[in-house]
Design a protein around this ligand. Structure first.
Ligand code: 5GP
Length: 177
């Protein structure tokens, strides 16, 4: 098993998270705060860093979905595992995702969260595989565009491995077993 090859260093991620936080803080400055909805499990580290870098009132909720049974190819089938617990009706909601690949998960999440009747919904993802998009869904804040490769670290895993790596790395196809 090889170490994942570094794609985005810890410093680069930290700098970009601060930039996105500034942008979000400015965009929501005239609102009564934002509810950040972290998509479990992959977004938990990004959410922790992003939420602490914001300069506006914010609260945290979580939602859990499962997109892939295992392995690394999207089936497009998304299942709700845990809905948000708090009341988000009439609140300004920002979905915080680790990665958008085909877009099926984000589209599904938008549908679920719309049914809670928030005042607004925006979307934020640390990583976006722009070449892999299958469904059209608006993403308001994107950290980095990446290619079609399997990435781990900073919250993202491969079969539960490498989630807590401080950097984002690429898993070689030979190591996906
Ligand atoms: P989508 O529905 O957009 O195809 O897939 C989104 C979900 O697929 C993400 O929330 C994540 O769980 C998973 N995913 C897609 N690509 C990657 C990747 O390169 N690494 C990891 N760890 N998860 C991925």
């Amino acid at each position: 098993m090889n170490e994942p090859e570094v794609l985005l260093s810890e410093d680069r991620i930290a700098e970009r998270v601060r930039e996105i936080a500034r942008e979000i803080s400015a965009d929501y400055a005239d609102k009564d705060g934002v509810v950040l909805i972290g998509v479990l499990k992959g977004s938990f580290i990004f959410l922790a860093d992003l939420s602490r870098a914001l300069s506006i009132p914010r609260s945290i909720e979580f939602i859990a979905v499962s997109s892939y049974a295992s392995g690394s190819r999207s089936t497009g089938a998304v299942r709700l595992i845990m809905d948000v617990r708090g009341n988000i009706e009439n609140r300004h909601v920002l979905i915080v995702e680790d990665i958008v690949d085909t877009g099926h998960t984000l589209k599904y999440l938008l549908g679920i969260l719309q049914s809670h009747r928030p005042a607004s919904i925006r979307t934020c993802t640390l990583l976006h595989k722009a070449d892999c998009v299958e469904v059209d869904v608006d993403i308001d804040y994107v950290g980095f565009q990446i290619g079609d490769e399997w990435v781990v670290g900073y919250g993202l895993d491969y079969a539960e491995r490498d989630r807590t790596l401080p950097y984002i790395g690429v898993v070689a196809p030979d190591d996906r077993g």
